[in-house]
Design a protein around this ligand. Structure first.
Ligand code: DX5
Ligand code: ZN
Length: 214
């Protein structure tokens, strides 16, 4: 299981320190929640902030775009240093073209599904994605309550993917209490914000998540 901590729940006054702490604690991924105030009712940070931190971290930058028409900014996020770029199926009109362009630019391509979005949207792009992000809360904020419908959806998405080497990520309200059932259902990447950063020391919290996900 890969844990991808959401910086939204870190000290937003010291992202460089938070990234250093994550690397020191043994994390390999970090989750950037980019929000535009339109696709979701919140605004966070964008490509300029990510660019500023890129040179200070060797972590895998897992960038979650909760923005309208993300196709306008693909090259910007590549230039800023994104390794994985995840767009919402609900925010993109030409999904296959956007996923192909993300890969052409040299990033891994991901699709995010809101809680009410059925896995069937993936049917004709299964070979165009490197990760499916399954939202287990309605996007926009950290610290929300996990939606139990997520377990069945993870199973359904993993079944659709068959033997493809595609990550299944779950994002929102993930804790050590639900991590085991999520990984058994087929998730291999878990995002955690409040349940991770809220329980330092981080290295020990990572061990708790890993033990729960075994
Ligand atoms: C919500 C974001 C999530 C959130 C996770 O829109 O996509 O990544 O920050 O935070 P927790 O783990 O606290 O739900
Ligand atoms: Zn996220």
């Amino acid at each position: 299981m890969i844990l991808s901590p959401s910086l939204l729940s870190a000290d937003c006054g010291d992202f460089a320190g938070a990234l250093r702490d994550l690397e020191a604690a043994g994390l390999r991924w970090v989750h950037w929640d980019v929000m535009d105030g339109r696709f979701v009712p919140n605004i966070t940070f964008g490509q300029h902030v990510i660019r500023g931190l890129r040179g200070r971290s060797s972590l895998f930058f897992d960038v979650h775009l909760m923005i309208e028409e993300p196709e306008r900014y693909l090259a910007d996020f590549r230039e800023a240093g994104a390794d994985m770029l995840v767009v919402h199926a609900e925010a993109v009109r030409h999904l296959q073209r956007v996923l192909a362009e993300i890969r052409r630019l040299g990033m891994r391509a991901g699709i995010a599904l809101n809680p009410a979005t059925a896995p069937e949207v993936l049917e004709y792009v299964l070979d165009d994605v490197d990760m499916v992000l399954i939202m287990s809360v309605n996007p926009g904020f950290g610290g929300q309550k996990f939606l139990p419908s997520t377990f069945g959806k993870v199973r359904a998405v993993r079944a659709m993917l068959g033997g493809r080497a595609c990550h299944v990520q779950v994002d929102g309200g993930v804790t050590p209490e639900n991590a085991g059932e999520l990984t058994r259902a087929g998730a291999d990447v878990l995002v955690s914000g409040s349940s991770f950063f809220g329980h330092p020391p981080l290295a020990e919290r990572l061990a708790v998540f890993r033990a729960a996900a075994e």
